[in-house]
Design a protein around this ligand. Structure first.
Ligand SMILES: [Zn+2]
Length: 189
């Protein structure tokens, strides 16, 4: 696995409309930890070092949107309608590796693992693994919510982007609001 250092950056792609559950940007939705097996929850991110440039990070996000739209098209047997149904890549947030690994939780251990996926070798997962010892599902669920709030303090951005494939919808996409974060917010909570 590629080694990472505290000041290395991980990026989280912003895919519209996934993080807009009620038509309003929701950081909790962006940082949702999906269940990957019975016990482990994970958030997909990518290594900025392996993606090399800001443009590389944007291309990575664009590929995720294209793949998502392909799945929608297969499911619905027609291409998704732009803006109304389709997934659009709008940019990314950075997260500092060291800030994520500094998060300490009672019931979970945070691990950042390299997970080759969909041909993407820059893909990593921020994973929550239950610590040994007793904890109830209720306690773990509450702590997963707390973990999302702590992960939000690790963010900087957004670094916005409109893909060439989305040029026709620029006006609609550029005006979509997202919350701003800066690394200075670290340590505020
Ligand atoms: Zn694109």
């Amino acid at each position: 696995m590629p080694q990472m250092f505290p000041n290395d950056l991980l990026c989280r792609s912003i895919l519209f409309p996934k993080s807009w559950p009620n038509d309003v940007f929701d950081i909790e939705a962006l940082l949702r930890l999906d269940s990957v097996d019975k016990n482990v929850h994970a958030l997909s991110v990518a290594s900025r070092y392996l993606l090399e440039t800001v443009d590389g990070a944007h291309k990575y996000g664009c590929r995720a949107a294209v793949a998502g739209n392909k799945r929608l098209e297969e499911k619905n047997q027609r291409p998704p309608a732009p803006v109304a149904e389709a997934i659009h890549y709008l940019g990314f947030y950075d997260m500092r590796y060291g800030a994520v690994t500094d998060i300490s939780l009672n019931y979970y251990e945070i691990q950042i693992r390299w997970r080759f996926e969909n041909g993407e070798d820059a893909h990593f997962q921020i994973e929550l693994h239950p610590k040994s010892g007793d904890s109830t599902e209720r306690q773990r669920k509450a702590e997963r919510a707390a973990a999302r709030a702590l992960l939000a303090t690790c963010l900087a951005g957004p670094y916005r982007h409109i893909c060439a494939c989305d040029e026709a919808f620029r006006q609609d996409l550029e005006t979509i609001e997202m919350t701003e974060f800066a690394f200075e917010q670290l340590g505020m909570i």
